[in-house]
Design a protein around this ligand. Structure first.
Ligand SMILES: [Fe+2]
Ligand SMILES: [Fe+2]
Length: 471
């Protein structure tokens, strides 16, 4: 395994110097990437020193170096986990055959599509979050935002390496287009819906890193089980970075809840909004919105594409090798609930066709752990309020439940009833206006906006009042 080469223009552990053609192609893409970063990355903080971590190895312990960096100088690079000797295709029809080190010709189109779809989410989230720096509730949070942003940029690098290294001219064209699409742009939007949703407040940001980055985790877990070995190795290292993004989300929302609980204890007879905190039912509405939007990202419940990807060994289930004993999934079935008339009926579908639903279920179970964590915060403050996940059928725009109406518990209802009650479940304009009104920048080290509690501890052993961003 090559160690990380930081001497060359593009840091990497793939011995880029030995492939001049590829090196030239990536070095040509590099300034275009930087142009995109200047245009679409975080606004206004390019000249500031930020306390960021940079990958310096792919070993599980001690892979990151922390230090002050200006964002445009961040060393975006290409890091793959080491190749495992004798690794086999972990699932599907080719189960047990030697894993592919080059793209199998027959799966070229599908594989390219999978990689481009993943790649597109990375710059999209940077674009969605680009204005948040102006209203950061603390320097600690500002730094976390930028850490997430630079790492999403690195994830783009990870995917672009695969495109340019393994897909020739097509891959180079895709790499260009990844810098041309824009989140929320009506003419050239990003590929997936959630990645075109505006992230205008920090509450949205924390929800996004909690629930949408977690979708990223599960997509990466599935791709980490790909028979195309370079993709699997790339995704394994991305997962290491991704964990921090979800930490930012889970603890971020947790700190908002904590602050509200404190205000509720101090002013038991008032609405917390009167004292600048976000009411718990309003936080629940944001949960409902971002969970349902992110739940769509798994695609249709019954999907021949998903079946093909699995059969081909391009995408496995999360933890395919560790968790399952049978890896072909030829005979199994999966129960899906369909609406017939006004009632739900169970239908068994062939397991391979239900792979999207299998992944979605794992994702929702993982979300539940975050919800439990938040409920421990309210319990600790003796506040009788339980957060919950909306049912998977609620507010869906992709798959079986599109165009149908369900309450947050998943009970079918008429369009009229739904429209009369949806304001109880999703943030309305007034809710969003209120949350937006709380967003004011706090720029002194160790100070926090009134709607969010400080974290339990600082980062990388630093104190909470450390100067995470030098303004
Ligand atoms: Fe990412
Ligand atoms: Fe992420």
């Amino acid at each position: 395994m090559a160690s990380i080469d930081y001497e060359s223009k593009i840091p990497n552990n793939v011995d880029l110097a030995s492939d001049k053609r590829l090196q030239r192609a990536l070095e040509k893409w590099q300034p275009e990437y930087l142009d995109w970063w200047h245009q679409m990355g975080p606004t206004d903080y390019e000249a500031n020193d930020i306390y960021l971590r940079t990958a310096i190895s792919v070993e599980a312990d001690g892979w990151a170096h922390f230090g002050y960096v200006k964002m445009p100088d961040y060393r975006w690079g290409i890091f793959l986990e080491p190749q495992q000797k004798g690794r086999v295709v972990p699932c599907g029809d080719h189960y047990g055959e030697e894993a592919w080190q080059e793209v199998p010709g027959e799966f070229r189109t599908e594989l390219r599509r999978i990689i481009v779809t993943q790649a597109d989410t990375e710059p999209a989230s940077v674009e969605q979050q680009r204005l948040l720096g102006h209203t950061a509730p603390s320097l600690y949070d500002l730094r976390n935002l930028f850490q997430v942003n630079v790492e999403e940029g690195r994830h783009l690098w990870a995917m672009v390496y695969l495109l340019q290294r393994y897909f020739g001219k097509d891959g180079r064209r895709e790499a260009e287009e990844l810098l041309e699409r824009r989140s929320g742009n009506p003419d050239r939007p990003r590929i997936l819906g959630t990645f075109n949703e505006p992230i205008t407040t920090w509450l949205d940001f924390f929800m996004f890193t909690m629930f949408t980055d977690r979708d990223g985790k599960f997509q990466l877990l599935a791709l980490a089980e790909s028979g195309f070995d370079p993709l699997a190795r790339t995704c394994r290292f991305m997962l290491t970075e991704e964990a921090h993004h979800m930490f930012v989300g889970q603890t971020g929302v947790g700190r908002v809840i904590k602050r509200t609980c404190e205000v509720m204890q101090e002013y038991p007879d008032a609405c917390p909004s009167e004292h600048g905190a976000i009411p718990l039912p309003l936080i629940q509405k944001y949960i409902n919105f971002w969970v349902s939007s992110s739940t769509d990202l798994y695609g249709s419940e019954i999907s021949s594409n998903a079946a093909n990807y699995f059969a081909a060994g391009l995408k496995g289930r999360a933890y395919e090798e560790k968790k399952y004993t049978e890896h072909k999934a030829m005979d199994g079935s999966y129960v899906i609930e369909k609406l017939e008339g006004d009632r739900l009926v169970k239908e068994e579908v062939p397991l391979r066709n239900a792979m999207n639903e299998v992944l979605r279920t794992e994702y929702l179970e993982d979300n539940q752990k975050g919800i439990d964590y938040w409920n421990r915060i309210t319990a600790k403050h003796n506040i009788d309020f339980n957060f919950c996940l909306p049912n998977r059928r609620f507010h869906r725009n992709i798959g079986l439940y599109t165009g149908l109406h369900f309450d947050v518990e998943g009970n079918p209802m008429s369009k009229e009833d739904y429209e009369a009650r949806v304001h109880e479940w999703l943030p309305n304009d007034e809710d969003r206006k209120f949350v937006t009104s709380l967003m004011v920048a706090v720029k002194e080290a160790g100070q926090f906006a009134g709607w969010i509690a400080p974290p339990a501890k600082g980062l990388n052993g630093q104190p909470v009042d450390f100067e995470y961003v030098k303004l």
